[in-house]
Unconditional design. Structure first.
Length: 219
């Protein structure tokens, strides 16, 4: 299925930290990051491998990935034993961006408490609803910043007078009550500002350390 521009395969489980889990026939669980996560992180540049054979509890850090924006922790959605990592990532981390649900998988674990923990994972329909909520927040924030940008650019306030200089003569005038349209360039500037805010907001408390994907993607 697809939400906005984000792909959400229906045969995977998910967590709100924007990771997917594929339960394989051998009883193992393959883990990677979602399309939403890779688009939020932008270009992924480095992979910090974890420890094979490590025993991890649910939501503990397994390994880390680095993008042009930050270092993000990859959490274990299930308790288990780490079996392997995707060696292809050492040569080309960009496959996480180009194929996040396929060749860009990150790690495989053997779950040790699958029966009890499986119900804590999100089915694709629920994860899709969560992404819809996030995109609504994104849109609302973008519109807010766009309007705020208009106000900051024009200095417009209701009922206020603005000073206008034409040549060497100073004149004062007031705006009418009609709608004001923002130039396209201003909208693009505000859109870029939104992207910057998402990074800073997500990492404000821990900017010097690595974070989970939910921290980064939080708007």
């Amino acid at each position: 299925m697809k939400v906005d521009t984000y792909d959400i395969p229906e045969n995977y489980y998910y967590i709100k930290e924007h990771e997917w889990i594929l339960i394989e026939n051998a009883g193992t669980a393959r883990i990677g990051i979602t399309d939403y996560a890779q688009k939020a992180l932008r270009e992924i540049t480095y992979f910090y491998v974890g420890k094979r054979g490590a025993k991890v509890k649910r939501m503990e850090t397994i390994c880390k990935i680095e993008s042009v924006k930050c270092v993000a922790e990859i959490l274990s959605p299930l308790s288990g034993v780490v079996l392997r990592f995707n060696n292809a990532l050492f040569d080309d981390t960009s496959i996480i961006n180009s194929d996040p649900y396929g060749k860009g998988w990150i790690t495989i674990i053997r779950p040790t408490n699958l029966d009890k923990e499986l119900e804590k994972l999100l089915k694709p329909e629920l994860y899709a609803e969560y992404i819809k909520e996030l995109t609504k927040i994104d849109e609302t924030l973008l519109i807010y910043r766009w309007k705020k940008g208009i106000k900051e650019k024009t200095g417009e306030k209701k009922g206020s007078k603005l000073r206008h200089q034409a040549g060497s003569t100073n004149q004062t005038f007031s705006h009418g009550s009609g709608p004001t349209l923002a130039p396209l360039g201003l909208f693009r500037e505000q859109a870029q500002g939104l992207g910057d805010r998402r990074v800073r907001a997500g990492y404000k408390r821990h900017y010097t350390s690595s974070l989970s994907l939910s921290d980064f993607c939080r708007t």
